[in-house]
Design a protein around this ligand. Structure first.
Ligand code: G
Ligand code: MN
Length: 282
């Protein structure tokens, strides 16, 4: 398939560094859930944001329960002309359906690397859409960007969701292998939420397993969630993978996960997504 690879304007990305308040994560948008905001409008807004560099990058911390250095997951956000935030679930699904996901993923990668150039000890986890992994030339482009911004590949993790359907499974596996050869790490995101989770886990070489938030949220109330997470952890240990629990929303959940000896935690109780300007500069 063809990736558009829109030229990325190299001007300073003001929204990324202008320190918008953390509360933007919870800002409501008139577009949020508004059925009248159709695909065409959102696609136009996405193209505009790509052209004018008006996406906003947030970062959410992922912390170690064993005293290792924390890192952050990059989360992309977009607002409309009135400055109101559009639900990421909404615009990301439009991006996927209208073929813009690879260009948006590349925008996120380039702008994260721009930040990292001046914060060389930082470490970020970046989401990739399954369709992006199938683009020919992706790994070469990432390698070129890493060189351009002088970022050590070991400081980048790529998160891929275990998608139910992948257009080209072989190409995906090959791209992941090449990214690991570069030195980047791979995380399987939202693990357990999709179809055939274990089957995919067997066929993919990855470094990190991110347990889907639906299991984590239920852990203190539902014995089954507890057992399911234990089983995920056993498989991860056999594959020598680190485990991240997503959606740690309160102290009780955190304590339970710590007792289970889960290595890494992420969620609103650990840290809300914040702009890169609010990430402790390292
Ligand atoms: O698919 P992925 O895991 O990359 O999606 C992360 C999304 O989950 C982000 O949009 C982020 O804002 C949201 N998120 C992060 N932590 C929590 C949490 O503790 N609870 C809930 N409900 N959502 C969260
Ligand atoms: Mn993710």
């Amino acid at each position: 398939m063809n990736m558009i690879f829109l030229p990325i304007i190299t001007k300073v990305i003001s929204p990324m560094i202008n320190g918008r308040p953390e509360s933007l994560e919870s800002q409501h948008s008139r577009w949020f859930g508004n059925p009248t905001a159709d695909t065409t409008d959102i696609r136009a807004a996405l193209l505009h944001a790509l052209d004018h560099n008006t996406f906003v990058l947030l970062a959410q911390s992922i912390v170690s329960t064993r005293g290792e250095e924390p890192y952050h997951e990059i989360l992309i956000r977009m607002h409309n002309e009135s400055g109101e935030f559009i639900s990421p679930d909404h615009f990301l699904s439009v991006a996927r359906d209208t073929g813009l996901a690879p260009d948006i993923d590349l925008w996120v990668i380039e702008n994260t690397l721009k930040y990292m150039r001046y914060h060389p000890l930082s470490c970020f986890s970046i989401n990739l859409a399954p369709v992006t992994l199938c683009c020919s030339g992706l790994v070469a482009k990432i390698a070129e960007l890493l060189r351009e911004y002088m970022v050590i590949p070991q400081r980048i993790i790529f998160e891929i969701t275990e998608a139910d359907t992948l257009s080209d499974k072989e190409q995906t596996v090959e791209a992941l292998r090449s990214l690991r050869q570069l030195g980047c790490r791979i995380a399987i995101d939202d693990f357990g939420a999709g179809f055939a989770s274990y089957e995919r886990l067997m066929s993919i070489e990855a470094d990190i397993l991110k347990i889907d938030g639906s299991f984590v949220r239920g852990i203190t109330k539902c014995k089954i969630s507890h057992y399911i997470i234990e089983s995920f952890c056993q498989v991860a240990a056999m594959k020598d993978m680190q485990v991240v629990a997503e959606f740690v929303e309160n102290a009780e959940i955190q304590m339970c996960l710590e007792q289970m000896n889960i290595g890494w935690l992420q969620g609103y109780h650990i840290g809300k997504p914040k702009t890169l300007a609010h990430v402790r500069a390292i």
